[in-house]
Design a protein around this ligand. Structure first.
Ligand code: GLA
Length: 718
């Protein structure tokens, strides 16, 4: 519920567990509380009053540097990080925003951008009458998840042109100090590794300047207290619904409070706002849990599944694919593909996905991107013989695209060299021998939509894997005037969303999976279009326990595409049992990525049972609550537990990493069960009370488990 208390001029956004409160003081907005639910009290006593003689503020008013801000700007005494900055025509950088009005309305989509849905929105209008800038802050509250979202619209209501130099989505000063930050750092094949660091006075930040959300630092941060653990303590999560260059920061101020904020990266950013123009910022999801990181993750999972991902995919059974990439790389012909299709038939695998190499002149990664017509030299008769073979064998057909890219060695580049992103006079940087198409230009977007639509309209295609394999370096567009080049990175995101909107929603019967050189664009904005994303090119089962653990801090298992691949693994050379690879791949949208036609019969025979096991637990993967039980980063075990929302079913997957000798037994305590209910283990029929499983735990027979061996338990309430 969203309430405005006139007596104290305070907004309370609250559900059963969480309150977000801020007030209007002298026309400015003062942040009061974001955390566990509290009463509707007068919170002005929270002002710290700590400052130094050198601080400043308007006559008769407090110095904004001493108090918690809800919309921090620069120029009137707050010396910490602002949320918005702009310069008027005379170069004036001072902002003076004052409350005008507010209203509560049903949530609306952010124009041109992915955003959550299904909530109630508070809009607060603020005005800088001197510079002619109106800022509307938007807060969305959901009844069923402990998250709120924020974004803002900046509108030029004056007569002068204004240059926005920072347009973040949010900022607020947490009332409780949150002294540590957790981010998800990584690289190709090592995406989203949690990193926990102490904050310090001054600014800590993460960002991307790659025009993508990146595998290096995901647009996610958790702020925690020193004693916050997986299952206890406060955790504030921040997840930006954005796929381009971003920045998130945390700043501990002189009064010990922590300001958090961020949005579009203001590095190299500069947006010209002419009279009557509006810039909308991306949405940010803010979650609060008193139940540690696990509680915070479950809030994000529910928020993304219930309020962001296309509803018809939530809870629905997903395709179990066989992808030919690691089986053949670029070196395939019809016969090799037929062999894979034939071997997959009848195993439970239901979709064959033809990866990179089917189009243009594409025998390796030096040429062909952009030429989205079938290479009939390689695939005689085109795609239809393959599609027909799939259908004859009871499989659906999926296809790989990398729509945003072009190779200099391609017909598209030869016809339109200026469509590749480049800066005048500068040499082109190389990245996998390809360039990125300039999605800020409408004619480029039209070409991409037309070319991909032609293939999709003229073939029976059920599934698309949408890849993106390099970062943008020459941040420049020939389609923009010199004074708008600072808009490039955000305009690229808007262009991407435009082509996704037209292709994904234009072909509603095609299932789209996201991918970016593994998991380099794994963010909520992409999830809005693609209900699942290839998590990493590293499909080694042990490496995946870490990658999937880190990814799960923010993203639900239903978002993670996870495949069983061959051993020795192509990325790590590690050998793990086939059962292990399947058990770990089942903790996401599962599939296969190996040459099934080369598998030994005794291995191939295991696939039907593996897929049957997966289907039996699939609803828990798609909709269940995740409990992270044992961390592969700081123990010799990895364990995830999935619990159905009604607590009638639970699935536990454990990996024992390395065998040691004669070591102690370990107990694995479960979470999220009904204490008084009795649960029966499917298979051995053992019965335990929920309280026993949660307090005493399962016995992990470490002495009999070998390297990388997995165990699974499936419990049903009786
Ligand atoms: C990226 C993807 C892979 C595969 C190749 C094809 O690396 O992550 O899964 O599709 O591109 O070139």
């Amino acid at each position: 519920m969203i309430t405005f208390l006139k007596e104290t001029n305070t907004f309370f956004l609250e559900n059963e567990r969480v309150t977000y409160a801020f007030g209007i003081r002298n026309g400015e907005l003062e942040h009061l509380w974001f955390g566990a639910k509290i009463g509707h009290d007068d919170l002005t006593y929270l002002r710290t009053g700590i400052g130094s003689g050198c601080d400043a503020g308007l006559p008769g008013r407090y110095s904004p540097n001493h108090h918690s801000q809800e919309l921090p700007v620069y120029g009137q005494g707050d010396f910490r990080e602002p949320m918005l900055t702009w310069r008027g025509e005379n170069g004036d950088l001072c902002a003076e925003l004052r409350y005008v009005s507010h209203r509560i309305v049903p949530q609306q989509k952010t124009p041109g951008m992915p955003s959550t849905f299904g909530g109630e929105t508070l809009e607060v209008v603020m005005l800088d009458a001197i510079q002619g800038i109106e800022v509307t802050l938007l807060y969305t509250l959901f009844d069923d998840v402990d998250a709120i979202t924020r974004s803002c619209r900046i509108r030029n209501v004056g007569e002068q042109t204004v240059r926005l130099t920072r347009a973040y989505s949010f900022a607020l000063d947490l009332t409780v100090a949150a002294p540590e930050a957790i981010s998800l750092q990584g690289a190709w094949a090592r995406e989203r590794t949690p990193e926990r660091v102490p904050l310090h006075h001054g600014v800590w930040s993460i960002d991307s300047k790659r025009v993508t959300s990146s595998s290096q630092l995901n647009p996610f941060v958790a702020l925690v207290e020193k004693d916050t653990t997986e299952n206890a303590g406060s955790a504030w999560g921040v997840s930006l619904v954005y796929s381009s260059s971003y920045r998130l920061f945390a700043e501990v101020g002189p009064n010990g409070r922590t300001r958090i904020g961020g949005g579009i990266n203001d590095f190299a950013f500069d947006w010209t706002l002419c009279p009557e123009e509006t810039l909308a910022t991306p949405e940010v999801i803010l979650a609060y849990s008193a139940e540690g990181l696990g509680g915070m993750s479950r809030i994000f999972h529910d928020t993304l599944r219930r309020h962001l991902i296309t509803p018809r995919y939530v809870g629905a059974s997903r395709p179990v694919v066989i992808n030919n990439w690691e089986a053949t790389y670029f070196h395939f012909d019809k016969e090799k593909l037929f062999a894979i299709i034939d071997a997959s038939a009848g195993t439970g695998i239901d979709t064959f996905v033809l990866d990179d190499g089917w189009f243009g002149k594409r025998d390796d990664d030096h040429s062909g991107l952009g030429d989205w017509f079938v290479n009939t030299q390689k695939l005689e008769g085109g795609l239809n013989p393959i599609i027909d073979r799939c259908h004859e064998r009871g499989l659906k057909f999926g296809l790989w695209f990398e729509p945003e890219m072009v190779n200099p060695d391609s017909d598209l580049y030869r016809a339109h060299p200026d469509w590749a992103i480049h800066a005048p006079g500068h040499a082109l940087c190389e990245g996998r021998n390809q360039c990125v198409l300039d999605l800020t230009r409408p004619e480029v977007r039209d070409y991409i939509v037309g070319a991909v639509s032609d293939i999709l309209s003229n073939h029976e295609i059920d599934y698309v894997k949408w890849d993106y394999n390099r970062n943008i370096t020459e941040v420049y567009s020939e389609g923009l005037p010199a004074d708008r080049q600072g808009e490039f990175a955000h305009r690229y995101a808007l262009g991407l969303y435009d082509i996704c909107e037209r292709l994904v929603f234009g072909f509603p019967n095609v299932f789209f999976e996201g991918c970016a050189s593994g998991g380099a664009r794994f963010d909520p904005a992409i999830l809005y279009y693609f209900p699942q994303i290839w998590t990493s090119d590293n499909s080694d089962a042990y490496a995946r326990t870490q990658i999937q653990w880190g990814t799960s801090l923010c993203y639900p298992l239903s978002a993670m595409s996870c495949h069983v691949s061959v051993c020795p693994n192509h990325q790590t050379r590690r050998i793990t049992p086939l059962k292990t690879r399947a058990d770990i791949a089942h903790l996401g949208a599962t599939g296969y990525e190996l040459n099934v036609s080369h598998m030994k019969p005794e291995e191939l025979e295991q696939i039907p049972a593996q897929i049957a096991d997966y289907r039996a637990m699939e609803q828990l993967v798609m909709e269940g609550d995740l409990w992270r039980l044992a961390s592969p980063f700081d123990s010799n075990l990895f364990a995830f537990e999935l619990v159905s929302k009604d607590k009638s079913e639970a699935h536990v997957t454990l990996m024992h990493v390395l065998r040691t000798s004669n070591n102690a037994v370990e107990m694995l305590r479960l979470g999220g069960l009904e204490p008084d209910a009795v649960y029966e283990c499917v298979g051995d029929g053992a019965r335990y009370h929920g309280s026993t499983l949660m307090n005493v735990g399962l016995l992990v027979p470490t002495n009999r488990l070998v390297d990388f061996e997995t165990l699974v338990w499936h419990f049903k309430k009786i």
